[in-house]
Design a protein around this ligand. Structure first.
Ligand SMILES: [Zn+2]
Length: 199
């Protein structure tokens, strides 16, 4: 059953500012049109419309190549979330970790954003974990472990691109609303870099 407009309005009215801004910056494009109107109304009432406007807008237009480059540059200039260094531009990697126990094999892929040195370490750690713990499941343990070792090895090269790599660009394209909402707040921008599971 669809939620009535009155219920929706009341629901938004009860939410704290932070939660309301989060919906605006992350989920605006997924809302029903009438829900979006109510959300914008509530933001206006609280004097938050200006803060949220751009973050909402950016979710409705395809982010252009220039927009992606702009956001990537913004993220690349931040201190590394792992070692805090600003010596090298940040980039993204995907770590593949395989762990097996008898017939159960778990394969965890995770996106990480950090400086190239820390990204290398994350891939090497994932490779070591997989090499030690991945093999023991049958039959998937062996196969997945080989795949994880290869995947982590390939990433090592990717980590040292001076330009934003495809993983960073994909992260930016998928999180444009969130980035726009906090682009002038370095601490919040930094919080966005926290690892995001890929699968
Ligand atoms: Zn680092």
């Amino acid at each position: 059953m669809a939620v009535s407009e009155a219920d929706l309005k009341e629901n938004y009215r009860r939410l704290p500012d932070a939660k309301l801004l989060r919906i605006a910056s992350e989920s605006a494009a997924k809302l029903r049109p009438e829900a979006l109107v109510l959300l914008k109304e509530e933001l206006r009432t609280r004097g938050l419309a200006e803060t949220a406007e751009k973050a909402i807008e950016v979710q409705f237009r395809a982010v252009t190549e220039a927009g992606i480059a702009d956001y990537c540059a913004l993220l690349q200039a931040l201190p590394c979330p792992v070692c805090r260094s600003t010596a090298q531009p940040l980039n993204a990697t995907c770590t593949s970790k395989v762990m097996s126990f008898l017939v159960v094999t778990m394969w965890k892929k995770q996106l990480a954003i950090a400086c190239p040195t820390c990204l290398d370490k994350l891939n090497r750690d994932a490779r070591t974990t997989s090499a030690l713990l991945g093999w023991w499941g049958f039959p998937w343990g062996v196969l997945r472990t080989v795949q994880a070792l290869v995947a982590n090895g390939k990433m090592l090269k990717n980590n040292h691109s001076p330009y934003p790599n495809d993983l960073l660009k994909a992260f930016v394209a998928g999180n444009a609303g969130r980035i726009e909402a906090v682009r002038h707040h370095p601490a919040d921008l930094q919080a966005l870099l926290k690892a995001t599971p890929l699968s």
